[in-house]
Design a protein around this ligand. Structure first.
Ligand SMILES: CN(c1nccc(-c2cnc3ccccn23)n1)C1CCCCC1
Length: 356
């Protein structure tokens, strides 16, 4: 029934239909292999989840990823092709979960955008905005977008690879894998309320990084992350503080006050590939879009749908990609449900049975 391979000290069990396994990468959630699916005659990515229900939080994240992958159908979100466990006969032995997904050529953290041109950069941003827009239309807020969970193909197509559920807990403590917080919105770092445009902040950080090839806010911890943010975009005005607790407010007010740096100084024309003289894809338009995305106060920050209308990306607009039918709405209560591990395990096991 299953062939077993050993990669990076991990046993990978795959049904005989998948052949020629090759190691692809390792992420917070697990190890990813490339394989050839002899039934569909196509290459696929097989992701073995690391300890999928070791903690209630990782179990919730595993279940949430299945629910979302089953719901979402958009060309800028990776598709789930199959779901299996080698322990399919007995839930008491159930321990490993494998997701079979569309294969990408890599992700934005492995892909250095050497000799890309303005069209390529603008098209990448348009597709990221389309993928996130589709999640938002289905009631999903990612909260943890970063270069490593944005897949790309050599033909310049982009697909979101996973669905976040960022919360303070899922740092090194749970999975032994430090999840980077360099791309997290200020309201999430400060534990304040957040809305869908928390994801816009992350995309703005990724956008700047594609241009400068360095991390815009490389904070070493939450405090340093906030300090790096305000040293570049400037200390926010008082209206942002209204949403914070008194202790957070008092702490933030104790910090030195910074004025915003100019985006022209941070992202000079020299960093951008050249552009046609009458094109909209100018460094000035790119900077203008970034300046609307990297706004600390979410009430002042642009949302995804309006970002897609910005001159820097709107030239790619296709109604079917942006304003098409949303997937059935994600049941947001899943984000707030607390189950014990056994319950999550049963829910996940049942989800897998629907694929058999
Ligand atoms: C979260 N991750 C993930 N989720 C779903 C699908 C894929 C995927 C699809 N094709 C490829 C090709 C190379 C590497 C990853 N993939 N990757 C990755 C985990 C490893 C590190 C990069 C992200």
């Amino acid at each position: 029934m299953y062939s077993t391979y050993l990669f990076e000290g991990t046993n990978i069990d795959v049904p005989h239909r998948y052949e020629n396994l090759e190691y692809q990468g390792f992420g917070a959630q697990g190890i990813v292999m490339k394989a050839f699916d002899t039934q569909t005659q196509q290459n696929v990515a097989i992701k073995k989840l690391t300890r999928p229900f070791a903690h209630p939080l990782s179990a919730k994240r595993t279940f949430r990823e299945f629910v979302i992958l089953n719901l979402i159908n958009h060309q800028n979100v990776v598709k789930l092709l199959n779901l299996y466990t080698p322990q399919n006969d007995n839930i008491n032995e159930f321990s490993d979960v494998y997701l079979v997904m569309e294969l990408m050529d890599g992700n934005l953290s492995t892909f250095s955008l050497q000799n890309y041109d303005q069209e390529h950069l603008s098209f990448l941003m348009y597709q990221m905005l389309c993928g996130v827009n589709h999640l938002h239309k289905s009631g999903i807020i990612h909260r943890d977008l970063k270069p490593s969970n944005i897949g790309f193909r050599a033909n310049a197509s982009i697909k979101l690879l996973d669905f976040g559920l960022a919360c303070a807990e899922n740092s090194a403590s749970l999975t032994g894998y430090v999840t980077t917080r360099h791309y997290r919105a200020p309201e999430i770092i400060l534990g304040a309320g957040y809305k869908a445009n928390a994801d816009v902040w992350s995309l703005g950080c990724i956008f700047a990084e594609l241009i400068t090839k360095t991390i815009l806010f490389p904070g070493t911890n939450h405090v340093d992350q906030w300090t790096k943010i305000i040293s570049i975009v400037g200390t926010p005005n008082s209206s942002f503080y209204e949403t914070l607790t008194d202790t957070t407010k008092a702490y933030l007010n104790s910090l030195p006050k910074y004025s915003a740096k100019s985006w022209e100084s941070l992202l000079p024309d020299s960093l951008f590939p050249s552009w046609e003289k009458d094109s909209e894809l100018t460094a000035a338009n790119a900077r203008d879009l970034i300046s609307k995305m990297l706004v600390i106060d979410p009430k002042q920050r642009i949302n995804v749908r309006d970002a897609i209308n910005h001159p820097y990306v709107k030239l790619w607009y296709k109604a079917s990609e942006v304003d098409g039918l949303a997937s059935p709405s994600y049941d947001i209560t899943i984000d707030d449900i607390e189950h014990d591990v056994e319950t999550w395990k049963r829910l996940i096991f049942n989800q897998i049975q629907t694929w058999q």
